[in-house]
Ligand binder design. Sequence first.
Ligand SMILES: CC(C)(COP(=O)(O)OP(=O)(O)OC[C@H]1O[C@@H](n2cnc3c(N)ncnc32)[C@H](O)[C@@H]1OP(=O)(O)O)[C@@H](O)C(=O)NCCC(=O)NCCS
Length: 153
Amino acid sequence: MTVPEPDIRIVSPHDELARQMVSALASDTDPRRRALAGILFGGDRWACVTNCAVAMLDRRPIGLATLSPTDECGQGGPHLIGVWVAPQERRRGVGRALVRALAEHARRQCHAAPTVECVTAAGLALAQSAQRSGVPIQVVNCVMPPFAWLDEE
Ligand SMILES: CC(C)(COP(=O)(O)OP(=O)(O)OC[C@H]1O[C@@H](n2cnc3c(N)ncnc32)[C@H](O)[C@@H]1OP(=O)(O)O)[C@@H](O)C(=O)NCCC(=O)NCCS
């Protein structure tokens, strides 16, 4: 059976779709999901975002990634800030498609390859795989034990 490809949309962080995704995560009944929303898409990590990539499948949002012209402290060049894919849709290329879409958007906007600071093993595997397949990003390994639970969702 052929797995349907998600449609990747680049939207503003003020877009209804992106806001709904973050709100749904932040108000989930699972406390880990709520914590994840705060870590990946909350506070400074949301305030610095200028563009989001939303993955849609059958009109349902299934993944979100965010781009900023700097890191969340206002330092450096463009950064991919957060990426999340719904657990049931993982390991079939959705994360890589989100990263590719935002990296290409950054290149069109500011002619620079965004940095991805990876705090989870899955995030690092995703970024390295995207880079191997030619996506223009700079990968920084920031994997640390306190974030391991994000992988286990
Ligand atoms: C990280 C995440 C976005 C990956 O999304 P995904 O849609 O499953 O990623 P893809 O299917 O596009 O996978 C891309 C590559 O990463 C690898 N990968 C993805 N998840 C992995 C995992 N848990 N362990 C090892 N490798 C993994 C895939 O094997 C693939 O590599 P390959 O094509 O060279 O075989 C998803 O696991 C997630 O939302 N995790 C929780 C939030 C998180 O950790 N965000 C990143 C913070 S830095």
